[in-house]
Design a protein around this ligand. Structure first.
Ligand code: 13P
Ligand code: 13P
Ligand code: MG
Ligand code: MG
Length: 365
C-alpha cells in the first residue's frame, strides 16, 4: 500500500511567553483537522513540542498535496482565532503569508513528508524540536546512518552494508532547493565537511542504497529567509523509518544522548545543548534549553498505532541531568563568544541596528 506520512507544524500562539500552546488552542486545532479531514486523511495525530503544534497525517495523496496542505493551513488559521480570543502570546506567529498558495512550504509552517510502500510492519519515528533550527538533526542523523560507533547495524545487518544516500540542502540559497547527493560510506568526509555548518547545510532526506527507499525526511525551511526578518526559530520536524533496511529505533535514538550544542535557545540567538524530553513538554530555563521529542509509531493500512514516547525512560533522566549541566556551563559566559550566535545569525533586528549605529562612531587613528 502507498502511504504518505505528512507532518506540518507551526507556532500559532502560546501561554506565558514562548512556552506551550493552550489546551483550548490544541483542542480546536485537533477538532478542525478531524472534522475537515474526513475523506482526505486516513489518520491524524496532534501534539505539541514547546510552543509548536505538529499535525501528523497519514493519507494516500502523495507529498506536497494541495488539499492536505490547505487542511493544515486552515487548521492553523482556525487555531489562530482561538489564540487571539484568548490573548495568547505570538498568535499566528508562523503564518507568514496572507493567502494560501498551493503548498505551505515557504509560508512559515515546517513540513516533513514521505511517500512509502508500507512494509508488512512499518515502524517509524516522528521527531519535533523547539527553540532550534533544522541543522539540529545533522549530527544525530549523520551518526545514526553512517557511524558504526552509534549504529552497529551498519556492521551487523546485511541489509545496511551498502550504505545510504544523503540529500543535503544549502538553506542559505533562496532561489530554489539547492541540493547535493552524497553516498556513505565513501563520501563521509565530504558529508561531514558540509554538515559541520548547521546553519548553511542541512540534511533534507536520506535513502537506502539497498533498495532506493526513503529513510528520512527533515523540514528544511529557514523562517528568516522567508520573512527577511526574525519571526521565531525554524523549530524543525523529521520522520525516520526504522528496522529492516534502516537503523533500529535505538540506533537512531543513541546520538541524542550527546546533547550536542545547537543554535537557538533564548530569542533564537544563542547556543545550547539539545535536550531529549517527553512528548508534550514545555520549555523553561532561558526559553529552553532547545528540546526534542520523539514519538514512535507503527502505521498499517494507513492507520497509526498509539505512540510510544521514546524519551520517557529512566535512562534519559540521567542524560537530561548531564545536558542541564552543559546548558548551565555555557550560560555562565552569557553573551560572550561561543555562547551566542555570530552576527550573521542574530535573529533580533535590535543588535543589528545598534552595531550599525556604533559603526559610524569609529574613527581610524
Ligand atoms: P529483537 O530480537 O527484540 O527483535 O531485537 C532485534 C534488534 O535488532 C534490536 O536492536
Ligand atoms: P519560538 O521560535 O519557539 O517561537 O521561540 C522564539 C523565542 O524568541 C524564544 O526566546
Ligand atoms: Mg513562539
Ligand atoms: Mg517554537
Amino acid at each position: 500500500m502507498r502511504t504518505t506520512l505528512s507532518i506540518i507544524k507551526a507556532d500559532i500562539g502560546s501561554i506565558g511567553g514562548h512556552i506551550k500552546p493552550s489546551r483550548q488552542l490544541l483542542e480546536r486545532t485537533r477538532e478542525f483537522v478531524i472534522n475537515s479531514g474526513k475523506g482526505l486523511i486516513d489518520d491524524i495525530y496532534v501534539s505539541h513540542t514547546g510552543d509548536d503544534i505538529a499535525l501528523l497525517f497519514s493519507h494516500q495523496k502523495g507529498t506536497g498535496n494541495e488539499d492536505v496542505h490547505k487542511l493544515a493551513w486552515d487548521a492553523f488559521l482556525e487555531g489562530t482565532k482561538v489564540a487571539k480570543e484568548q490573548g495568547l502570546y505570538g498568535a499566528g506567529q508562523d503564518l507568514l503569508k496572507d493567502a494560501f498558495s498551493g503548498n505551505v512550504k515557504g509560508m512559515g509552517p515546517a513540513v516533513a513528508e514521505m511517500e512509502i510502500e508500507e512494509r508488512p510492519n512499518e515502524p517509524f519515528l516522528f521527531f519535533a524540536a523547539d527553540k532550534t533550527d533544522p541543522g539540529a538533526y545533522n549530527l544525530p542523523l549523520y551518526l545514526a546512518f553512517s557511524d558504526p560507533m552509534f549504529c552497529p547495524g551498519l556492521m551487523l545487518s546485511p541489509k545496511m552494508g551498502k550504505g545510504f544516500t544523503f540529500h543535503i540542502m544549502d538553506v542559505e540559497y533562496t532561489e530554489g532547493d539547492r541540493i547535493i547527493e552524497l553516498n556513505t560510506p565513501e563520501d563521509i568526509y565530504d558529508i561531514a565537511s558540509l554538515l559541520r555548518d548547521n546553519e548553511k547545510f542541512v540534511i533534507e532526506s536520506i535513502y537506502s542504497r539497498e533498495n532506493g527507499e526513503i529513510a528520512v525526511s527533515v523540514s528544511t525551511s529557514r523562517l528568516h529567509n522567508i520573512a527577511g526578518k526574525y519571526t521565531g526559530k525554524d523549530d524543525p520536524v523529521s520522520l525516520v523509518r526504522v528496522q529492516g533496511n534502516f537503523p533500529a529505533t535505538g540506533e537512531v535514538l543513541s546520538p541524542y544522548s550527546i546533547g550536542h550544542y545547537v543554535a537557538g535557545f533564548m530569542r533564537g540567538s544563542h547556543i545550547g545543548p539539545l535536550m531529549p524530553v517527553k512528548i508534550n513538554s514545555p520549555v523553561s530555563y532561558f526559553d529552553g534549553p532547545p528540546i526534542v521529542t520523539c514519538h514512535a509509531f507503527c502505521v498499517h493500512n494507513c492507520k497509526f498505532t498509539e505512540p510510544a514516547d521514546t524519551f520517557d525512560h529512566p535512562f534519559w533522566d540521567y542524560v537530561r541531568d548531564k545536558i542541564s549541566r552543559k546548558a548551565l556551563e555555557l550560560r555562565e559566559q552569557g553573551f560572550s563568544g561561543a555562547a551566542m550566535l555570530p552576527y550573521s545569525e542574530l535573529e533580533y533586528g535590535g543588535i543589528v541596528e545598534r552595531l550599525e549605529r556604533l559603526d559610524k562612531l569609529f574613527k581610524v587613528r
